[in-house]
Design a protein around this ligand. Structure first.
Ligand SMILES: Cc1cc2nc3c(=O)[nH]c(=O)nc-3n(C[C@H](O)[C@H](O)[C@H](O)COP(=O)(O)OP(=O)(O)OC[C@H]3O[C@@H](n4cnc5c(N)ncnc54)[C@H](O)[C@@H]3O)c2cc1C
Length: 365
C-alpha cells in the first residue's frame, strides 16, 4: 500500500494510471523522465540516483502526487499559464510576459563566479538579504559533473552555487525535503521542467495539501535548450580531458555549433555533432525554452557587440507580479545594472522559442 495521499473520490478512477503505476508506464519506462526530482522525497518509494529516478517499491494507489507533480504527465498548460500570469499578456511563443530586460549583477565578484551576467545569483542573494525568502533551493556542483540539489540560507552560499550545470539537478527532491524543515519561505532556481512541476504543485491544492507548497515564494526559471544525460556526457568529456578538471561549460549561440569545456589549461571546444547524441531523451519533446511557468526567467543575452560582450549579460522575462516586484527591488537597491534591450531581441527570442516548440513535435511548451 502506498503512503501518498490521494484526492478524495478519485481512488480507482485512473485504474492505477494516475499513481506510481501511471508514472512507470507513461514516464519512466518510455525514458521520458526529466530527472527533476518532483516525485522524490514525497514518499519513500521513489529515489534519485545519479541523474535517474528509480522506483524502490511498488505502490498501488490509483492517484498520487508522484504522478500529479511530474512535469511529464498531462496538464492543461494554457490554463496553467493564464492562472500564473495574473493578467499579464500571455504570448503563444513565450508564455506570460509582463516585461523584458537586459541585466547583469552590479557586483563584479558575482559576475566573475556566474555563468553569464550573474542576474540569477544577484536576485537570489537579494531575496535572501531582504527576507523575501529565508532559504533558496539551488543546484550545486557535485562529483564528476553531477549536480546536487542544495538548500542555502545566506547570499554567500548562493554565490557558491553560481554557474550552469548541464546535467539535470534533482532540485525538486531537495525542495520536497526543504519544505519539511524549518524553512518558511523558499525560493527555487528551476529549469523549465522543474518550474512546470512547481506550477502543478501550486495549482493543485487538493493533492498538494500538506505538501508544503505554500512555502514556495519565488521561482527563478532558467532558459534551457536541453540538458545532457550524465553517463553520455561523462564518456564524451573523458575522451577530451580529465573529468575532474572541468570547472564549467557553456553553449554559445547556435551559429558556433559548439559546447565549451573550461579547464585550467584553457577552453576545449566540442562540436555539437558530438554533444547532440548526449541530450537527455526527455528534453527532445520539451517545447519550453524559457521556463514559462516561473515568476521570472533568465537566460543568456544577445547583443549587437557580439557574444564576447553578450555572455556577460542576461535576458530576463518578468512573468507576473512577484517577478516584477523582485526586479524592481533589484533596480532600487542597485544590485542589477540594466541596459537597453536591442531592437529585434524580443522577436528573435520568440522565433527561437517557437522553433523549440516545433522541434518538440507540436508539444505546446
Ligand atoms: C541545463 C541548462 C540548459 C540551459 N540552456 C540555455 C539555453 O539554451 N539558452 C540560454 O540562454 N540559457 C540557457 N541556460 C541558462 C544559462 O546557462 C544561465 O543559467 C542563465 O543565463 C543565467 O545566468 P546567470 O549568470 O544569471 O546565472 P548564475 O548567477 O551563474 O546562476 C545560475 C543558477 O542556476 C542554478 N543551476 C545551475 N545548474 C542547474 C541545473 N542543472 N538545474 C537547476 N538549476 C541549476 C545554480 O544553482 C545557480 O543558482 C541553461 C541552463 C541550464 C542549467
Amino acid at each position: 500500500m502506498g503512503l501518498c495521499e490521494h484526492q478524495p473520490g478519485t481512488a480507482g478512477a485512473g485504474g492505477g494510471r494516475e499513481g506510481q503505476q501511471g508514472l512507470e508506464e507513461q514516464v519512466l519506462k518510455p525514458g521520458l523522465c526529466t530527472g527533476c526530482g518532483a516525485c522524490v522525497n514525497i514518499c519513500p518509494y521513489q529515489a534519485s540516483y545519479r541523474d535517474k529516478t528509480v522506483t524502490l517499491h511498488s505502490c498501488d494507489l490509483s492517484r498520487g502526487r508522484c504522478y500529479d507533480f511530474c512535469p511529464q504527465t498531462p496538464v492543461d498548460r494554457e490554463a496553467l499559464r493564464r492562472q500564473l500570469a495574473e493578467g499579464a499578456e500571455v504570448t503563444p511563443e513565450l508564455g506570460a510576459a509582463a516585461g523584458f530586460f537586459i541585466t547583469r549583477a552590479t557586483d563584479a565578484g558575482i559576475r566573475r563566479r556566474a555563468q553569464h551576467g550573474g542576474t540569477v545569483t544577484a536576485l537570489i542573494a537579494l531575496a535572501l538579504r531582504e527576507g523575501l525568502i529565508d532559504a533558496a533551493v539551488l543546484a550545486a556542483a557535485g562529483e564528476g559533473l553531477l549536480p546536487r540539489g542544495i538548500t542555502v540560507r545566506d547570499p554567500e552560499e548562493a554565490a557558491g552555487c553560481a554557474k550552469s550545470r548541464f546535467v539535470v539537478s534533482p532540485t525538486l527532491a531537495e525542495f520536497n525535503r526543504a519544505v519539511r524543515t524549518d524553512c518558511r519561505q523558499i525560493g527555487v532556481v528551476a529549469t523549465p521542467c522543474q518550474a512546470l512541476s512547481l506550477a502543478k504543485m501550486r495549482t493543485q491544492p487538493v493533492t498538494a495539501a500538506d505538501s508544503g507548497i505554500e512555502k514556495l515564494r519565488l521561482v527563478v526559471g532558467l532558459f534551457c535548450g536541453w540538458a545532457l544525460s550524465w553517463r553520455e556526457l561523462a564518456a564524451l568529456v573523458k575522451g577530451k580531458t580529465v573529468l575532474s578538471g572541468v570547472s564549467g561549460m557553456d553553449i554559445p549561440p547556435s551559429r558556433y555549433h559548439t559546447l565549451e569545456l573550461y579547464t585550467a589549461a584553457g577552453t576545449i571546444p566540442v562540436s555539437l555533432d558530438e554533444v547532440t547524441p548526449c541530450v537527455r531523451p526527455a528534453c527532445r519533446s520539451c517545447g519550453d525554452m524559457t521556463a514559462e511557468f516561473s515568476d521570472l526567467s533568465v537566460g543568456s543575452a544577445r547583443l549587437p557587440e557580439g557574444w564576447q560582450e553578450a555572455r556577460g549579460w542576461n535576458q530576463v522575462i518578468v512573468r507576473n507580479r512577484r517577478g516584477g516586484e523582485l526586479l524592481a527591488l533589484a533596480r532600487l537597491r542597485g544590485v542589477l545594472e540594466f541596459r537597453e534591450v536591442p531592437e529585434g531581441n524580443w522577436d528573435r527570442l520568440k522565433a527561437a522559442s517557437l522553433a523549440k516548440k516545433r522541434a518538440a513535435g507540436g508539444v505546446s511548451g
